[in-house]
Design a protein around this ligand. Structure first.
Ligand code: ADP
Ligand code: MG
Length: 322
């Protein structure tokens, strides 16, 4: 079981940013309104994610760290109707297989629980007073899988990847206050007041947020809304286009291209907009169970969605500028 957990960890936990992503997604699924992420040494020495969500009851800790155990889906129907970010039940087991993990958690009304895991094995569990919510401390990531360490890039690059994933999650959840700190230095703090423009200001800076236009459009299946940069504000990469499907950040080249098509000739060659594209859709039209990291999804009616995005973008630009 330890070995299979390590193998599974290889798919889900590629680098420190994967740990951050999975833990923050768990915090969101737990209904948190405030999440704080602290990391040290590009996340290799320590990653702490603290939330004010539902917490885990002491008798559910073992299950939470068991592979393929999830509290989020119960049957096959749920698998095709996933409304949470997690559903595979792999993250905690995978992280605990390749690091030292401490968890301090409390549900409403109970005192709280502390437990620690190392290399996939539970070392201890006892009552410990805690505020409602969960704190997960991940130390010495990949200490027992040296081959994995070799695949990592420079600390600078690993930090960039952490910042990038937290930025995207923050853009998908403007109603949650998210703080990210490296060695105690705050890199990102979002207001969490539900205002997307404010969140864009927190993530990219006020000078960019001021040049963004709101848009919104729907058809029978999809609602798309968000913020688009005015054509004069461009970047040299597509990376500032964020596609958020029911809050989940996804990578989808076709949908990003649909955004670009909406700008059409307003953008010069090799110029890309800043855009936050929030798509809301019935989970039944989305298959998120395609890849362990859940970053790629299969979408029914993707062509119709592309057309909707292109026309929403184009209309917003026409109405607001021309
Ligand atoms: P998944 O998110 O796919 O269910 P995980 O391994 O990420 O799998 O988490 C396992 C279970 O642990 C979750 O289903 C949830 O019940 C519980 N859990 C994990 N993190 C938290 C958290 N921050 N707050 C409350 N419950 C949590
Ligand atoms: Mg999860």
């Amino acid at each position: 079981e330890t070995l299979t957990n390590q193998i599974a960890a290889g798919e889900v936990i590629e680098r420190p940013a994967s740990v951050v992503k999975e833990l923050v997604e768990n915090a969101i699924d737990a209904g948190s309104t405030r999440i704080r992420i602290d990391f040290v040494d590009a996340g290799l020495k320590q990653i702490i994610v603290q939330d004010n969500g539902s917490g885990i009851a002491s008798d559910q800790i073992d299950l939470a760290f068991t592979r393929h155990a999830t509290s989020k889906i119960n049957n096959e129907h749920d698998l095709f109707n996933v409304a949470t970010l997690g559903f595979r039940g792999e993250a905690l087991a995978s992280i605990a297989a390749v690091a030292h993990v401490d968890i301090l958690t409390s549900t409403k009304g109970d005192i709280g629980t502390h437990a620690s895991f190392s290399g996939g094995v539970k070392k201890s569990q006892e009552e410990a007073s805690a505020r409602k919510g969960t704190q997960v401390i991940v130390k010495d990531l990949f200490y027992n899988t040296p081959a994995r360490l070799k695949y990592l890039r420079s600390p600078r690059t690993e930090i960039m990847k952490i910042v990038d994933i937290v930025n995207r999650i923050a853009l998908g959840y403007p109603q949650i206050s998210i703080t990210l700190a490296n060695n105690g230095r705050v890199l990102l703090r979002t207001a969490g007041n539900g205002n997307l423009q404010q969140t864009v200001a927190n993530v990219y800076g006020r000078h960019i947020a001021e040049k963004m236009l709101p848009f919104k459009k729907a058809d029978n299946d999809f609602e798309v809304s968000g913020l688009l940069s005015k054509p004069e504000l461009t970047r040299s990469t597509r990376n500032f286009i964020s596609i958020l499907l029911n809050g989940r950040y996804i990578r989808n080249f076709k949908l990003a291209s649909a955004v670009m098509d909406g700008y059409g000739s307003r953008l010069a060659a090799k110029h890309y907009p800043v855009a936050v594209i929030a798509i809301h859709v019935d989970p039944l039209l989305v298959d998120v169970n395609v890849h362990p990291t859940k970053r790629e999804v299969r979408l029914s009616k993707e062509k119709a969605l592309s057309r909707l995005i292109t026309s929403a973008v184009s209309e917003a630009l026409v109405n607001n500028i021309e």
